[in-house]
Design a protein around this ligand. Structure first.
Ligand SMILES: Cc1cc2nc3c(=O)[nH]c(=O)nc-3n(C[C@H](O)[C@H](O)[C@H](O)COP(=O)(O)OP(=O)(O)OC[C@H]3O[C@@H](n4cnc5c(N)ncnc54)[C@H](O)[C@@H]3O)c2cc1C
Length: 432
């Protein structure tokens, strides 16, 4: 059967999210010289959330986005809003000590709360639903999930998580392929593009100026940075870089600590109610425990939104539908006759140790990026911490900025070959 898809609004890539975007407003490119308190580069969760928090605090804010709001990872991701950090608490405790691990746990809870609060406060229509189910792709992972759930209940008094035995799990996700699960009803999932569009509308209502199609091509640092686009410039007191996987050459001194990688997603045709329920009984989001994870959920109109596969080049695979579909069919062979309506890719930034990178450059430019696949909550929260830091209350920002960091071997230019080898090694371990 011929695929039926709706087209994307101008300037957005074709995806299920862009086809179902709500509240897209064209925001004029920067066309002259502007003086402002804070200039923000990048219109994803990091930049837009910072703009909203700063405008609420009374700062004059100008945000420059090279493409459209949510054009980057924030408008393309899986929409999973996970509790905690990208790393589990046990690992965090050994990486940064118990006290900091506890603080990070608290930040993780606040990040998810912040998303729920913003959605409620600004009436953002983005299909928010509760629950993420982690599923063990290997038998050894089942024990890890169980231990982690017990640890969170015992040491962190977190009651919203429970271990799920294999029999029950099979009835929850329509496959016996996984060994056990861990259900976290404090986590959530949403329509990622509609969330960032709603945040942008709130930022503008609070007084922020947003310019789309305004790629920053030059930054002159110092006490009063000047930021230039092809047609205009912004003179500001504070500058925030919020470009994540799309930072490229804009800030070479910080780029070597993150690596852009690509991840891919598809959306099936809308499924009959009983089929949808047979795949995900309780409408939670699901993600497995592989190094390169497969993740899935149902959209508001009951399509399966399935993410699977990565690559580490500057190009996406030519046949994206076929590329992601093979991961989906390994789990759900019963969908072999289901039409794939959309497939798309996005670029995110990872760090060597998978802890996010927050900081200030030698010139005093603030940045936050490298959320390593946990950016829906962490980037949204980063916006709040960036705003606090600009306002002079940097305690929480500094906790994040002081987390261990490591440069990718090979620096800005030569880090790719090492990354590709490393990632291939770990993705092969997923297979065997
Ligand atoms: C396919 C995929 C699936 C994912 N799934 C999940 C998930 O389920 N859960 C989760 O927590 N995380 C997920 N992530 C990660 C998450 O999407 C990101 O961490 C998060 O969106 C980062 O937000 P951001 O605002 O920092 O960056 P982005 O949303 O990427 O925004 C950066 C913006 O900066 C702009 N920009 C770059 N350079 C310039 C310039 N010179 N001038 C002006 N603008 C510029 C870009 O155009 C872009 O819009 C996923 C990512 C991808 C790609």
């Amino acid at each position: 059967m011929q695929a039926i898809t709706m087209t994307a609004p101008p300037g957005y890539i074709e995806s299920y999210y862009s086809a179902t975007a709500k509240g897209i407003v064209a925001r004029a490119p920067l066309a002259d010289t502007v003086d402002t308190d804070v200039c923000i580069v990048g219109g994803g969760y990091t930049g837009i959330s910072a703009a909203l928090h700063l405008a609420e605090r009374g700062y004059a804010v100008t945000l420059l986005e090279a493409e459209r709001i949510g054009w980057g990872a924030s408008g393309r991701n899986g929409g999973h809003v996970g509790i905690g950090q990208r790393k589990g608490q046990a690992e965090l405790e050994s990486m940064v000590g118990k006290e900091t691990a506890r603080t990070l746990w608290q930040y993780g809870l606040e990040a998810v709360d912040l998303i729920r609060t913003r959605i409620g406060q600004h009436a953002i229509d983005c299909d928010l639903k509760d629950g993420i189910l982690h599923v063990a792709a290997k038998s050894s992972h089942a024990e890890e999930l169980q231990q982690e759930a017990e640890m969170l209940q015992r040491d962190y008094a977190y009651e919203k998580i429970r271990y799920v035995e294999q029999d029950e799990l099979s009835s929850m996700i329509g496959t016996g392929r996984f060994f056990a699960g861990q259900l976290d009803t404090g986590s959530a999932h949403l329509h990622p593009l509609n969330f960032v569009l709603g945040l942008a509308a709130a930022a503008v209502a609070a007084g922020a100026s947003i310019h789309e199609q305004s790629r920053v091509v030059k930054i002159t640092g110092g006490a009063n940075p000047v930021v230039e686009t092809a047609q205009g410039r912004v003179r500001c007191k504070h500058l925030i870089l919020a470009c994540n996987g799309y930072l490229e050459g804009l800030a070479p001194s910080i780029a070597g600590y993150i690596m852009p990688i690509n991840n891919f997603v598809l959306a099936t045709e809308p499924l009959p109610d009983d089929t949808a329920r047979s795949l995900i009984r309780d409408d939670v989001a699901v993600q497995d425990t592989q190094f390169v994870i497969d993740y899935w959920k149902l959209s508001g109109d009951k399509r399966l939104i399935f993410g699977g596969g990565e690559n580490y080049s500057r190009k996406f695979p030519a046949d994206l539908k076929g590329f992601v579909r093979k991961f989906m069919l390994k789990i759900y062979p019963q969908l072999s006759n289901t039409r794939i309506d959309y497939a798309w890719g996005g670029t995110l930034a990872i760090t060597m140790n998978r802890l996010p990178r927050f900081g200030r450059t030698a010139d005093g430019v603030f940045y936050a990026h490298g959320y390593s696949g946990h950016g829906v909550p962490t980037a949204t929260f980063a916006g709040q911490l960036l705003a606090e830091a600009v306002a002079g209350t940097a305690e929480r920002f500094d906790v994040m900025a002081s987390l261990p960091k490591a440069r990718f071997p090979g620096g800005t230019l030569l880090r790719w070959p090492g990354l590709v080898l490393g990632m291939l090694y770990y993705s092969l371990r997923d297979k065997f």
